[in-house]
Design a protein around this ligand. Structure first.
Ligand code: ZN
Length: 133
C-alpha cells in the first residue's frame, strides 16, 4: 500500500458555524464552504493547510456517527485520513493482513473522494480513514 500523505484531520464539532470562528477567523485558514454527506448524517467543512486539510464535522442527526462520538468523547479530533494511491488495493492488503475494517468496500465521501474507515480496535484506538482522490 502506498500512503501519499495525511489528507486531513477530521474534527467533530457541535457547530461548524461556531467552529469556523477559531479555524478561519482566528487562525486565518481559508474556509471552502460546507458539504452535507446525507448517508453519513454529517455536514463537513474543509480548511486547507499546506498539503493537508482540517475537516470539521457537524452531525445532521442525533443518531449520526459524529453525534455519537461527541456524546461519548466530546468535541475534538475524530479521525486521521491518509491519502492512498489505490484504495481498493489498500483494502485488499489490509484484509489479507487481518485488519478489522468498518468499510469492506470504498464509499463516497465529501468532495467526491473514495473513502473507507478502519476499525479503531485494529489501530490502538485511532479511527483511521483511507481516501483516494
Ligand atoms: Zn474524513
Amino acid at each position: 500500500m502506498k500512503i501519499l500523505k495525511i489528507d486531513h484531520l477530521g474534527i467533530a464539532v457541535n457547530s461548524i458555524d461556531e467552529g469556523k470562528n477559531f479555524w478561519s477567523a482566528i487562525l486565518g485558514l481559508h474556509f471552502e464552504g460546507t458539504e452535507t454527506v446525507a448517508e453519513q448524517k454529517v455536514t463537513t467543512a474543509f480548511f486547507p493547510v499546506g498539503e493537508s486539510e482540517v475537516e470539521l464535522l457537524e452531525s445532521t442527526a442525533p443518531d449520526g456517527p459524529v453525534a455519537k462520538y461527541i456524546e461519548k468523547k466530546g468535541q475534538g479530533i475524530q479521525h486521521v485520513a491518509f491519502r492512498v494511491e489505490n484504495i481498493e488495493a489498500a483494502l485488499e492488503e489490509l484484509k489479507a493482513k487481518g485488519v478489522q475494517l468498518i468499510d469492506q468496500q470504498p464509499r463516497k465521501g465529501a468532495g467526491g473522494a473514495k473513502i473507507a474507515f478502519l476499525h479503531p480496535k485494529a489501530t490502538n484506538g485511532v479511527l483511521v480513514e483511507l481516501c483516494e482522490r
